[in-house]
Design a binder for this molecule. Structure first.
Ligand code: SF4
Length: 381
Protein backbone atom coordinates (compact mmCIF):
# COMPACT_ATOMS: atom_id res chain seq x y z
CA UNK A 1 0.00 0.00 0.00
CA UNK A 2 1.23 3.52 -0.62
CA UNK A 3 0.21 7.06 0.11
CA UNK A 4 1.26 9.35 -2.71
CA UNK A 5 4.16 6.97 -3.33
CA UNK A 6 5.16 6.73 0.34
CA UNK A 7 4.92 3.32 2.02
CA UNK A 8 2.38 3.50 4.82
CA UNK A 9 3.19 0.10 6.31
CA UNK A 10 6.48 -1.17 7.64
CA UNK A 11 8.56 -4.22 8.46
CA UNK A 12 8.96 -6.19 11.67
CA UNK A 13 12.43 -4.73 12.24
CA UNK A 14 11.11 -1.21 12.01
CA UNK A 15 8.62 -1.35 14.88
CA UNK A 16 10.14 -0.93 18.31
CA UNK A 17 7.05 -0.05 20.39
CA UNK A 18 4.66 -2.20 22.43
CA UNK A 19 7.27 -4.55 23.85
CA UNK A 20 6.01 -5.96 27.13
CA UNK A 21 3.77 -4.25 29.68
CA UNK A 22 4.45 -1.06 31.61
CA UNK A 23 4.39 -1.22 35.42
CA UNK A 24 2.39 2.03 35.79
CA UNK A 25 -0.82 2.71 33.85
CA UNK A 26 -2.08 6.08 32.61
CA UNK A 27 -5.60 5.32 33.84
CA UNK A 28 -7.68 2.78 35.73
CA UNK A 29 -11.22 1.60 35.06
CA UNK A 30 -13.59 1.14 38.00
CA UNK A 31 -16.83 -0.85 37.96
CA UNK A 32 -19.10 0.76 40.59
CA UNK A 33 -21.91 -1.67 39.76
CA UNK A 34 -22.54 -4.47 37.30
CA UNK A 35 -26.13 -3.24 36.78
CA UNK A 36 -27.32 -1.46 33.66
CA UNK A 37 -30.84 -0.09 33.27
CA UNK A 38 -30.67 -0.78 29.52
CA UNK A 39 -30.40 -4.03 27.58
CA UNK A 40 -28.85 -3.03 24.25
CA UNK A 41 -28.91 -5.82 21.71
CA UNK A 42 -25.15 -5.63 21.07
CA UNK A 43 -24.05 -5.43 24.73
CA UNK A 44 -21.19 -7.74 25.77
CA UNK A 45 -21.67 -7.47 29.56
CA UNK A 46 -22.70 -10.76 31.19
CA UNK A 47 -24.10 -9.51 34.54
CA UNK A 48 -25.89 -6.33 33.51
CA UNK A 49 -29.22 -7.42 35.03
CA UNK A 50 -27.68 -7.76 38.53
CA UNK A 51 -26.81 -4.94 40.92
CA UNK A 52 -23.48 -6.03 42.36
CA UNK A 53 -22.03 -2.87 43.86
CA UNK A 54 -18.44 -2.06 44.65
CA UNK A 55 -17.92 -1.61 48.38
CA UNK A 56 -16.16 1.61 49.46
CA UNK A 57 -13.36 -0.52 50.94
CA UNK A 58 -12.42 -1.62 47.38
CA UNK A 59 -12.23 2.00 46.18
CA UNK A 60 -10.08 2.86 49.23
CA UNK A 61 -7.69 0.02 48.43
CA UNK A 62 -7.41 1.15 44.78
CA UNK A 63 -6.90 4.79 45.79
CA UNK A 64 -3.97 3.84 48.02
CA UNK A 65 -1.97 3.04 44.87
CA UNK A 66 -3.66 5.37 42.40
CA UNK A 67 -3.04 8.49 44.51
CA UNK A 68 0.71 7.79 44.36
CA UNK A 69 0.57 7.20 40.59
CA UNK A 70 -1.37 10.46 40.18
CA UNK A 71 1.23 12.37 42.20
CA UNK A 72 3.95 11.24 39.78
CA UNK A 73 1.99 11.82 36.54
CA UNK A 74 1.00 15.08 34.85
CA UNK A 75 -2.48 13.62 34.39
CA UNK A 76 -4.09 10.44 35.71
CA UNK A 77 -7.66 9.34 34.99
CA UNK A 78 -10.12 7.19 36.91
CA UNK A 79 -12.80 5.99 34.50
CA UNK A 80 -16.10 4.85 36.03
CA UNK A 81 -17.61 2.30 33.69
CA UNK A 82 -20.32 -0.28 34.55
CA UNK A 83 -22.77 -1.65 33.92
CA UNK A 84 -24.28 1.80 33.94
CA UNK A 85 -22.29 3.75 36.55
CA UNK A 86 -25.19 6.11 37.34
CA UNK A 87 -27.23 3.04 38.42
CA UNK A 88 -25.04 3.04 41.54
CA UNK A 89 -26.68 6.30 42.64
CA UNK A 90 -25.09 9.66 43.51
CA UNK A 91 -24.50 8.91 47.18
CA UNK A 92 -22.64 5.68 46.55
CA UNK A 93 -20.65 7.05 43.62
CA UNK A 94 -19.58 10.03 45.76
CA UNK A 95 -18.44 7.65 48.50
CA UNK A 96 -16.44 5.61 45.95
CA UNK A 97 -14.79 8.74 44.54
CA UNK A 98 -13.97 10.26 47.93
CA UNK A 99 -10.69 8.37 48.59
CA UNK A 100 -9.07 9.55 45.33
CA UNK A 101 -6.73 12.57 45.23
CA UNK A 102 -5.25 14.43 42.26
CA UNK A 103 -7.06 12.38 39.61
CA UNK A 104 -9.37 13.28 36.72
CA UNK A 105 -12.70 11.44 37.02
CA UNK A 106 -14.46 10.23 33.88
CA UNK A 107 -17.86 8.57 33.61
CA UNK A 108 -18.96 6.54 30.59
CA UNK A 109 -22.76 6.55 30.68
CA UNK A 110 -25.78 5.64 28.59
CA UNK A 111 -27.14 9.12 29.53
CA UNK A 112 -30.70 7.91 30.23
CA UNK A 113 -30.55 8.71 33.97
CA UNK A 114 -28.99 12.17 33.62
CA UNK A 115 -31.12 14.96 35.10
CA UNK A 116 -30.46 18.31 36.79
CA UNK A 117 -29.31 16.64 40.03
CA UNK A 118 -26.82 14.49 38.17
CA UNK A 119 -25.53 17.53 36.27
CA UNK A 120 -24.92 19.32 39.58
CA UNK A 121 -23.08 16.22 40.77
CA UNK A 122 -20.91 16.15 37.62
CA UNK A 123 -20.07 19.84 37.96
CA UNK A 124 -19.40 19.54 41.71
CA UNK A 125 -16.98 16.62 41.20
CA UNK A 126 -15.44 18.00 38.00
CA UNK A 127 -16.36 14.84 36.10
CA UNK A 128 -15.65 14.35 32.39
CA UNK A 129 -18.60 12.79 30.58
CA UNK A 130 -18.58 10.28 27.75
CA UNK A 131 -22.00 9.09 26.61
CA UNK A 132 -23.32 6.51 24.20
CA UNK A 133 -25.68 7.30 21.35
CA UNK A 134 -25.39 5.69 17.93
CA UNK A 135 -26.75 8.55 15.82
CA UNK A 136 -30.29 9.73 15.01
CA UNK A 137 -33.22 7.63 16.21
CA UNK A 138 -33.05 5.04 13.42
CA UNK A 139 -29.35 4.44 14.06
CA UNK A 140 -29.86 4.17 17.84
CA UNK A 141 -32.52 1.46 17.59
CA UNK A 142 -30.36 -1.22 19.23
CA UNK A 143 -30.23 0.77 22.48
CA UNK A 144 -33.33 -0.48 24.31
CA UNK A 145 -34.50 -1.05 27.86
CA UNK A 146 -35.26 -4.40 29.44
CA UNK A 147 -38.78 -4.30 28.00
CA UNK A 148 -37.39 -3.74 24.48
CA UNK A 149 -38.51 -0.10 24.42
CA UNK A 150 -36.23 2.34 22.60
CA UNK A 151 -33.97 4.40 24.88
CA UNK A 152 -33.48 7.21 22.35
CA UNK A 153 -35.82 9.80 23.91
CA UNK A 154 -34.36 9.27 27.37
CA UNK A 155 -30.84 9.66 25.98
CA UNK A 156 -31.85 12.92 24.29
CA UNK A 157 -33.33 14.20 27.56
CA UNK A 158 -30.08 13.40 29.35
CA UNK A 159 -28.12 15.27 26.69
CA UNK A 160 -30.47 18.26 26.97
CA UNK A 161 -29.78 18.37 30.72
CA UNK A 162 -26.03 18.39 30.08
CA UNK A 163 -26.44 21.23 27.59
CA UNK A 164 -28.61 23.25 30.00
CA UNK A 165 -25.83 23.00 32.56
CA UNK A 166 -23.05 23.73 30.07
CA UNK A 167 -21.33 20.40 30.74
CA UNK A 168 -19.14 19.25 27.85
CA UNK A 169 -19.45 15.64 26.69
CA UNK A 170 -17.88 13.19 24.28
CA UNK A 171 -20.00 10.76 22.26
CA UNK A 172 -19.24 7.11 21.63
CA UNK A 173 -21.25 5.58 18.78
CA UNK A 174 -21.51 1.90 17.93
CA UNK A 175 -21.90 1.22 14.21
CA UNK A 176 -23.23 -2.26 13.55
CA UNK A 177 -23.20 -2.35 9.75
CA UNK A 178 -20.60 0.08 8.45
CA UNK A 179 -21.02 1.04 4.81
CA UNK A 180 -21.57 3.99 2.50
CA UNK A 181 -24.35 6.47 3.31
CA UNK A 182 -24.10 6.39 7.12
CA UNK A 183 -21.14 8.40 8.22
CA UNK A 184 -22.09 11.90 7.04
CA UNK A 185 -25.46 11.66 8.81
CA UNK A 186 -23.85 10.30 11.97
CA UNK A 187 -21.22 13.03 11.97
CA UNK A 188 -23.59 15.95 11.51
CA UNK A 189 -25.99 14.51 14.12
CA UNK A 190 -23.25 14.28 16.74
CA UNK A 191 -21.84 17.70 15.82
CA UNK A 192 -25.33 19.23 16.17
CA UNK A 193 -25.69 17.62 19.61
CA UNK A 194 -22.75 19.78 20.66
CA UNK A 195 -20.32 16.95 21.52
CA UNK A 196 -16.61 17.73 21.78
CA UNK A 197 -15.37 14.37 20.53
CA UNK A 198 -16.86 11.52 18.49
CA UNK A 199 -15.49 8.00 18.94
CA UNK A 200 -16.78 5.25 16.67
CA UNK A 201 -16.78 1.57 17.62
CA UNK A 202 -17.63 -0.83 14.85
CA UNK A 203 -19.69 -3.45 16.69
CA UNK A 204 -17.49 -6.19 18.08
CA UNK A 205 -18.23 -9.85 18.57
CA UNK A 206 -17.29 -10.25 22.20
CA UNK A 207 -18.59 -11.33 25.55
CA UNK A 208 -22.22 -12.38 25.40
CA UNK A 209 -22.67 -10.56 22.08
CA UNK A 210 -22.30 -13.29 19.47
CA UNK A 211 -23.58 -11.26 16.50
CA UNK A 212 -21.15 -11.74 13.60
CA UNK A 213 -18.91 -8.76 12.80
CA UNK A 214 -17.47 -9.69 9.41
CA UNK A 215 -18.03 -6.99 6.77
CA UNK A 216 -16.96 -6.37 3.18
CA UNK A 217 -13.70 -4.44 3.03
CA UNK A 218 -15.02 -1.94 0.48
CA UNK A 219 -18.06 -1.11 2.59
CA UNK A 220 -16.08 -0.47 5.76
CA UNK A 221 -13.44 1.56 3.92
CA UNK A 222 -16.21 3.65 2.36
CA UNK A 223 -17.67 4.29 5.81
CA UNK A 224 -14.36 5.58 7.20
CA UNK A 225 -13.65 7.61 4.05
CA UNK A 226 -17.08 9.24 4.29
CA UNK A 227 -16.56 10.03 7.98
CA UNK A 228 -13.21 11.65 7.16
CA UNK A 229 -14.81 13.71 4.39
CA UNK A 230 -17.62 14.84 6.72
CA UNK A 231 -15.11 15.93 9.35
CA UNK A 232 -12.96 17.80 6.81
CA UNK A 233 -15.97 19.69 5.45
CA UNK A 234 -17.02 20.85 8.91
CA UNK A 235 -14.37 20.18 11.59
CA UNK A 236 -16.49 21.19 14.56
CA UNK A 237 -15.41 18.29 16.73
CA UNK A 238 -12.62 15.80 17.06
CA UNK A 239 -13.20 12.38 15.50
CA UNK A 240 -11.04 10.03 17.54
CA UNK A 241 -10.32 7.38 14.92
CA UNK A 242 -9.72 9.85 12.07
CA UNK A 243 -7.29 11.82 14.25
CA UNK A 244 -5.32 8.64 15.03
CA UNK A 245 -5.13 7.70 11.37
CA UNK A 246 -4.10 11.19 10.25
CA UNK A 247 -1.48 11.42 12.98
CA UNK A 248 -0.03 8.13 11.79
CA UNK A 249 -0.11 9.14 8.12
CA UNK A 250 1.62 12.42 9.04
CA UNK A 251 4.32 10.54 10.95
CA UNK A 252 4.89 8.21 7.98
CA UNK A 253 5.32 11.19 5.68
CA UNK A 254 7.74 12.75 8.18
CA UNK A 255 9.76 9.51 8.37
CA UNK A 256 8.78 9.09 12.04
CA UNK A 257 6.24 6.26 11.83
CA UNK A 258 7.87 4.26 14.62
CA UNK A 259 7.53 7.07 17.16
CA UNK A 260 3.78 6.88 17.66
CA UNK A 261 3.31 3.61 19.52
CA UNK A 262 3.93 3.64 23.26
CA UNK A 263 7.12 1.75 24.14
CA UNK A 264 5.11 -0.69 26.30
CA UNK A 265 1.48 -1.73 26.59
CA UNK A 266 -0.48 0.36 29.06
CA UNK A 267 -1.59 -2.21 31.66
CA UNK A 268 -5.04 -0.51 31.99
CA UNK A 269 -6.15 -2.15 35.25
CA UNK A 270 -9.90 -2.74 35.39
CA UNK A 271 -11.13 -3.18 38.96
CA UNK A 272 -14.35 -5.12 39.05
CA UNK A 273 -17.02 -4.52 41.68
CA UNK A 274 -15.50 -7.15 44.00
CA UNK A 275 -11.90 -5.86 43.77
CA UNK A 276 -10.55 -8.29 41.19
CA UNK A 277 -8.08 -6.80 38.74
CA UNK A 278 -8.07 -7.58 35.02
CA UNK A 279 -5.22 -6.07 33.00
CA UNK A 280 -5.09 -4.93 29.36
CA UNK A 281 -8.70 -5.60 28.31
CA UNK A 282 -11.65 -4.37 30.41
CA UNK A 283 -13.94 -6.54 28.27
CA UNK A 284 -12.51 -9.68 29.89
CA UNK A 285 -13.66 -8.68 33.40
CA UNK A 286 -16.45 -10.95 34.62
CA UNK A 287 -15.63 -13.76 32.16
CA UNK A 288 -13.83 -17.03 32.64
CA UNK A 289 -12.81 -19.95 30.48
CA UNK A 290 -11.80 -23.55 31.26
CA UNK A 291 -8.40 -22.87 29.69
CA UNK A 292 -7.55 -19.45 31.17
CA UNK A 293 -9.60 -19.20 34.36
CA UNK A 294 -11.10 -15.81 35.24
CA UNK A 295 -8.42 -13.62 33.56
CA UNK A 296 -7.71 -11.81 36.84
CA UNK A 297 -4.21 -10.94 38.06
CA UNK A 298 -5.21 -10.64 41.72
CA UNK A 299 -7.52 -8.73 44.04
CA UNK A 300 -6.96 -5.38 45.72
CA UNK A 301 -8.48 -7.01 48.82
CA UNK A 302 -5.35 -9.18 49.06
CA UNK A 303 -2.49 -7.11 47.62
CA UNK A 304 -1.84 -3.48 46.73
CA UNK A 305 -2.74 -2.62 43.12
CA UNK A 306 0.83 -1.44 42.46
CA UNK A 307 2.17 -4.89 43.35
CA UNK A 308 -0.41 -6.68 41.19
CA UNK A 309 0.48 -4.56 38.16
CA UNK A 310 4.25 -4.51 38.71
CA UNK A 311 4.57 -8.26 39.30
CA UNK A 312 2.49 -9.11 36.23
CA UNK A 313 4.44 -6.67 34.09
CA UNK A 314 7.77 -8.10 35.32
CA UNK A 315 6.84 -11.75 34.74
CA UNK A 316 3.75 -12.22 32.57
CA UNK A 317 2.23 -15.69 32.70
CA UNK A 318 -0.89 -17.47 31.42
CA UNK A 319 -3.09 -15.62 28.97
CA UNK A 320 -1.06 -12.41 29.25
CA UNK A 321 2.15 -14.15 28.17
CA UNK A 322 0.20 -15.77 25.31
CA UNK A 323 -1.16 -12.37 24.27
CA UNK A 324 2.34 -10.89 24.22
CA UNK A 325 3.39 -13.74 21.90
CA UNK A 326 0.44 -12.78 19.68
CA UNK A 327 1.63 -9.19 19.61
CA UNK A 328 5.07 -10.38 18.50
CA UNK A 329 3.40 -12.45 15.76
CA UNK A 330 1.63 -9.27 14.62
CA UNK A 331 4.91 -7.35 14.68
CA UNK A 332 6.51 -9.98 12.46
CA UNK A 333 3.67 -10.33 10.00
CA UNK A 334 1.48 -7.23 9.74
CA UNK A 335 2.31 -4.07 7.83
CA UNK A 336 -0.20 -2.15 9.99
CA UNK A 337 1.57 -2.88 13.27
CA UNK A 338 3.02 0.65 13.57
CA UNK A 339 -0.50 2.05 13.51
CA UNK A 340 -2.24 -0.66 15.51
CA UNK A 341 0.28 -2.02 17.99
CA UNK A 342 -1.41 -5.41 18.08
CA UNK A 343 -4.95 -4.32 19.05
CA UNK A 344 -6.90 -5.75 21.95
CA UNK A 345 -6.55 -9.00 23.82
CA UNK A 346 -10.31 -9.48 24.27
CA UNK A 347 -11.01 -9.46 20.53
CA UNK A 348 -8.48 -12.24 19.98
CA UNK A 349 -10.02 -14.32 22.74
CA UNK A 350 -13.65 -13.82 21.73
CA UNK A 351 -12.95 -14.34 18.02
CA UNK A 352 -10.19 -17.00 18.10
CA UNK A 353 -10.66 -18.62 21.52
CA UNK A 354 -7.01 -17.86 22.27
CA UNK A 355 -4.60 -14.92 22.47
CA UNK A 356 -1.67 -15.72 20.20
CA UNK A 357 -3.40 -15.37 16.84
CA UNK A 358 -3.02 -12.26 14.76
CA UNK A 359 -5.67 -10.74 12.51
CA UNK A 360 -9.24 -10.49 13.84
CA UNK A 361 -12.40 -9.18 12.22
CA UNK A 362 -12.21 -6.38 14.78
CA UNK A 363 -8.74 -5.31 13.69
CA UNK A 364 -9.80 -5.41 10.05
CA UNK A 365 -12.87 -3.22 10.69
CA UNK A 366 -11.29 -0.77 13.12
CA UNK A 367 -7.59 -0.63 12.25
CA UNK A 368 -6.82 -1.85 8.73
CA UNK A 369 -9.96 -0.61 6.94
CA UNK A 370 -9.90 2.59 9.02
CA UNK A 371 -6.42 3.52 7.85
CA UNK A 372 -7.21 2.48 4.29
CA UNK A 373 -10.49 4.45 4.31
CA UNK A 374 -8.86 7.61 5.62
CA UNK A 375 -6.18 7.25 2.92
CA UNK A 376 -8.86 6.57 0.27
CA UNK A 377 -10.34 9.94 1.19
CA UNK A 378 -6.91 11.64 1.09
CA UNK A 379 -6.19 10.21 -2.37
CA UNK A 380 -9.59 11.26 -3.72
CA UNK A 381 -9.50 14.76 -2.21
S1 SF4 B 1 -4.09 -6.77 15.45
FE1 SF4 B 1 -4.51 -6.86 13.24
S2 SF4 B 1 -4.01 -4.83 12.37
FE2 SF4 B 1 -3.15 -4.97 14.42
S3 SF4 B 1 -1.02 -5.57 14.10
FE3 SF4 B 1 -2.23 -7.47 14.49
S4 SF4 B 1 -2.91 -8.22 12.47
FE4 SF4 B 1 -2.18 -6.09 12.23
Amino acid sequence: MSFDGTAIGGTAQQWTGMRGIGSVPSYVIMQPTTLCNLDCSYCYLPHRAHDRRMPVSVAEAVAETVNDWATDAPRFSVVWHGGEPLSAGREHLAALMAPFRGVEHHIQTNATLIDDEWCEFFAGHDIHIGLSIDGPEWMTKRRVDRGGRPAYEKIRKGIEALRRHGIPFAVLSVVSDPGPGLAAELYSFVADLGATVLGVNVEEQEGVNLRPNGHEADAVRAFWAELTAAWRRDPRLEVREVEWALRYAGAVLAGAADTLLPRRHDPIPTISHDGHVVLLSPELAGFSSPQYGDFTSGSVRDRPLREIVASTAAAPTGWIAEYLRGVEACRASCEFFGFCGGAHAANRFFEHGRFDGTQTRHCRNSKIFLLEGVLDHARAA
